[in-house]
Design a protein around this ligand. Structure first.
Ligand SMILES: [Zn+2]
Length: 692
């Protein structure tokens, strides 16, 4: 608890200052006036705060997003503590389930006492495999309790994950999907032990070092679960080799961004042609799906490789790998020596985090992930003011109008393309705060003392929900984020932008602050999400959400030229330590930032039309406050290891470059702070990127 004290002080100070500075919405005391705005605007805006607030030892990053996330977790804790102590909550009620899941996670004595015994049924199932037929049957069973995706990718014991999603060519229906990961925006792979295929394939010294640390970790964890030391070493090597073979067949995260490349709709005959050694009919039956179910196999090469492994790799190799994956996926929910070893590799080796978070935080995030709508409902009742929703709708509509205006006056789009773009913009739905319908958890059993079984039951419940959607029309009320989340998303197939309650707070959204602050912060976030509808992938979907070209060849060429500018910018940006972003991998997010800030700026200017210029506040003009609020959003510092993980596996650029690289292209920013050509915050005119 002592370790938490400085953190609580920070939160208290933050709340206080935001109240005091409520009119301007900015925090001059958090800035670094010794750094010139045209040299490093990110540091200029955030330097004071960052110097005073080192990254807590249990986190990989610290700044605007994580500070608000922790504040939201404190609120979640209040709800969960109340649920645990409410003895009147009926058995089987949502409130009791929420309290029991949290209590079972907090009861570390019971968890430690059980050791790895909760995993024994899975180990037994794997040990009993004695033929390829048995293997297929076991994979079909494991698929039924795959962890659905949340803030991170879903995971499964097996070489592919079965999930569901909109048919990109017919967005009115939900189809089955076979994937390696759910989306590039989420960290982690569904099927690999390491975060991405590149971790197996690259040969630079850092990658070799990580693989050596990985095999040591595998051997240690296997030993903790009862494998003799000598076997554990050999098995670790077998496991790495097995995954390396699969990894070579998988597309890179950047390649997967092309929606055409990950669309291969097929029937049972198609699946059998790709992987004849796998019993697909039995697999579909076990999931409760008819044999006629059409499946989008996002990566056919992966299934071909799975088939090759089914015929070439010894059954013992498969069993070794499955035993390991069952253990790895379960490790965070088992006794302390096992969960500590998992933490050491996943968080210390891969992300540089030295201390686990306080137990209550771990448990609060489990409830948010696995009973999301139960917690979400209680959370918004207590913490989300209805007037925030009205104000947000107004802001989103103002941004939509600004982009419509830009499209109508676009100097590079022909009328046909322009009309299609406007149709798409007009069709976009806005969902704010929380979903209008909550999921039903009545069929989910949760007990007060069985943490591991609770988590597995919640996953199975989530997977059943995913599979039950297949063959049905799209339900636009479904959400892909939980209400307390400090984030937002855009769905190109579902044609909607979603802003959870968690992000609709200062410094993103401040009901007391003037417009410059709100347009610069939440306005740019809204612009970013709308912008995804027109990014490298999103622009390939039409106004109905279908993957269908609506561009003339000339206009598409213009679009590609404009986006190539952003790819080049990120490819050449030195982020320190000789590292770079992969421009194609981060293109969608960088385009969202660039286009989003431009339309937020335009929407803000439209609010000023015909009015006297707003006064200076805290020594800054309104235009300057707009950009200060924008850069404040990206005021987050990150551990070096976590930055490396992000560069390798995430399609979001590192926070400070989301501010810097975006503003380097903004003449309006340069004017507001009188930046000159040659200043680091000004990209040479010929290289400045502009989308809208
Ligand atoms: Zn985004």
């Amino acid at each position: 608890m002592l370790r938490r004290a400085p953190l609580l002080l920070v939160l208290a100070a933050c709340t206080l200052t935001s109240q005091q500075a409520s009119r301007s919405g900015i925090h001059p005391e958090d800035m670094d006036p010794t750094c010139k705005p045209c040299t490093d605007f990110w540091r200029y805006v955030n330097g004071g705060w960052l110097d005073k607030n080192p990254i807590p030892s249990h986190l990989a990053s610290w700044g605007t997003f994580p500070v608000l996330s922790e504040a939201n977790q404190e609120r979640t804790r209040t709800i969960l503590d109340a649920a645990v102590s409410d003895t009147s909550a009926k058995p089987g009620s949502n409130k009791r389930k929420m309290g029991d899941l949290y209590a079972s996670c907090m009861n570390t004595a019971a968890i430690d006492q059980r050791g790895i015994s909760p995993l024994q049924p899975d180990f037994d199932r794997i040990a009993a495999i004695s033929s390829t037929k048995d293997l297929t049957a076991a994979l079909a069973v494991f698929q039924k309790s795959a962890r659905p995706f949340g803030a991170v990718n879903g995971v499964v014991v097996g070489p592919f994950r079965l999930t569901s999603g909109q048919d990109p060519k017919d967005p009115s229906r939900i189809i089955a999907r076979i994937v390696e990961r759910d989306g590039a925006g989420r960290t982690g792979s569904a099927i690999f032990s390491l975060p991405d295929r590149d971790y197996y394939l690259k040969t630079d010294p850092k990658s070799l070092e990580t693989r050596a640390a990985f095999t040591d970790h595998v051997a240690r964890l296997l030993q903790l679960a009862g494998t003799p030391a000598i076997d554990a070493q050999t098995q670790a090597k077998t496991i790495l080799d097995f995954e390396t073979a699969l990894a070579a067949s998988v597309m890179s995260i950047a390649e997967k961004r092309d929606p055409e490349k990950i669309y291969h709709l097929m029937d049972l005959a198609g699946l059998r042609a790709l992987a004849p050694a796998f019993d697909w009919a039995q697999f579909l039956r076990e999931q409760g799906l008819p044999e006629s179910t059409p499946v989008n196999v996002t990566e056919p090469e992966l299934l071909k490789k799975v088939n090759e492994q089914l015929t070439a790799a010894p059954l013992a190799t498969w069993k070794t790998w499955l035993h390991w994956r069952a253990l790895q996926i379960a490790a965070p929910y088992l006794a302390k020596p096992v969960s500590d070893e998992d933490f050491h590799f996943q968080r210390t080796v891969l992300a540089g985090v030295t201390q686990p978070p306080p137990r209550w935080q771990t448990c609060a995030s489990i409830v948010d992930r696995d009973l999301s709508d139960v917690l979400g409902q209680a959370w918004v009742e207590k913490y989300f003011p209805p007037e925030a929703k009205r104000r947000m709708i107004q802001l989103v509509e103002n941004l939509r109008a600004a982009l419509r205006d830009n499209l109508e006056h676009s100097d590079w789009m022909q009328p046909a393309t322009r009309q299609s773009a406007i149709r798409k913009l007009d069709a976009l739905q806005i969902q704010i705060g929380y979903p209008d319908r909550w999921r039903d958890y009545s069929a989910l059993p949760i007990g007060p003392n069985t943490y591991y079984e609770n988590v597995r039951a919640a996953w199975a419940h989530g997977q059943r929900y995913e599979i039950a959607r297949i063959g049905k029309p799209v339900d636009h009320l479904d959400w892909g984020m939980t209400p307390p989340t400090v984030n937002a998303y855009s769905s190109t197939a579902d044609m909607k932008v979603v802003f959870p309650a968690g992000i609709l707070q200062p410094p993103f959204f401040d009901m007391q602050a003037d417009d410059a602050a709100n347009y610069g912060a939440i306005g740019a976030v809204i612009g970013h999400e709308i912008g995804h509808q027109f990014d490298d992938g999103g622009s390939k979907f039409d106004a109905t959400g279908a993957l269908k070209n609506w561009w003339t060849p000339e206009d598409r060429q213009q679009f590609e030229t404009r986006t190539a500018c952003v790819v080049d910018e990120f490819n050449t940006l030195d982020v320190g330590g000789g590292l770079h972003h992969n421009g194609k991998q981060v293109l969608g997010e960088a385009l969202g930032d660039l286009g989003g800030l431009a339309i937020a700026w335009k929407a803000y200017q439209r609010t000023l039309a015909g009015k006297p210029a707003p006064p200076a506040m805290d020594g800054f003009t309104a235009d300057q406050r707009f950009f200060i609020s924008f850069a404040r959003v990206w005021g987050t510092q990150q551990r070096a290891e976590a930055e490396r993980l992000q560069l390798n596996t995430n399609n979001h650029p590192i926070a400070r470059y989301r501010a810097i690289a975006t503003l380097q292209n903004m003449p309006e920013f340069h004017r507001a702070f009188q930046c000159k050509p040659g200043d680091p915050m000004v990209r040479p005119l010929a290289k400045q990127c502009k989308l809208w």
